[in-house]
Ligand binder design. Sequence first.
Ligand code: PLP
Length: 396
Amino acid sequence: MIPPVLPTYARAPLAFETGEGCWLITRSGERYLDLGAGIAVNALGHAHPDLVAALEAQARRLWHTSNLYQIPNQEELARLLVEATFADTMFFTNSGTEAVECAIKMTRRHFSHNGRPERFRIITFEGCFHGRSTGAIAATKGAKMVEGFGPLMPGFDQVPLNDIEAVRAAVGPETAAIMIEPIQGEGGIRVAEPGFLRELRALCDAEGLLMILDEIQCGMGRTGRLFAHERAGIAPDIMAVAKGIGGGFPLGACLATERAAEGMTVGSHGSTYGGNPLACAVGIAVMRAVTAPGFLDRVSRVAGHLRQRLEGLVAGHPRVFAELRGEGLMLGLRCLPPVAEVIRAAYDAHVIVVPAGDNVARLLPPLTITEAEIDEGVARLDRAAGALEAAMERAT
Ligand SMILES: *Cc1c(COP(=O)(O)O)cnc(C)c1O
């Protein structure tokens, strides 16, 4: 019999009742160290006092009006993001998928507005993930995501990551944009080389294409910079953000330059909840925390500590871990046994890591994690790896 909740998820047999910082606690009081942060969502950890205060204060004032009216929280959050990024303007959403959807629509509209409606194709990259709407799965093209959902929305061409010649070959008279995650999350923490991002930027400029970044997972301080592309010294024309930007409250945004957004006139796009007062109150508190002096420097510092400890872990368990990759607090351990077994062993050691493509276990801890918590987390992963090795011994 089908359960009341549609069974589309392979859920772990874990249910948490409360969260405190980097810790998740079950009803029976068992404490798990959370190195997944709800897939990079809880950027400031669980129950951060600033976010709780912002949400409670807004909850007492006003929950929802509508985008029929001015929403001051939305304007303030947009102003903070404009000040801190390449963007001149943005559209607020409730999720990453909707931010990507807005990016796709904005791209098509940009070219049709400029008398070039034949330019509608977007180049994406193997291993990418841009969400689950019909537009986003067409962009993503992953077999298990598109199977049975066809016909797919046309207009997406996919090429290998970090292969500029393949991108050049894919550009044609109908190409409108290139869309890329500076670090692929779901694909297995696969990093787009900074040089490659610069070559893409140059190609977009030469061919008159828009550069769309999907920083839904890698953005909002996770790499030690506010946004991951800053490391390459480039700026996009359009950028989708979500996950960490709401710190656990559903919030996303599609940021853009004035030029990229010029087709998005009144009535061209909309959302009932996008930029809701509650979501934006929390978003403002997250932005203020992440852009506070010293916050990102601290992220870089603890990230260096985590990387160093994980290098030791990988070296100590060559039968379990093949490779460490990623940047900042967005790291991946490529596993030798099936990643599901590694994730399960980690649960047994009361530490949470997140599976990704390419047999990778992802570490995306709250940006507020301390060095002591990192040491504790790596000690727990060490125990998990030891248990897997013991099981392998017994099996041979
Ligand atoms: C999570 C994610 C999405 C989709 O976001 P949702 O909020 O699940 O709709 C899109 N792109 C990337 C890179 C993501 O990590």
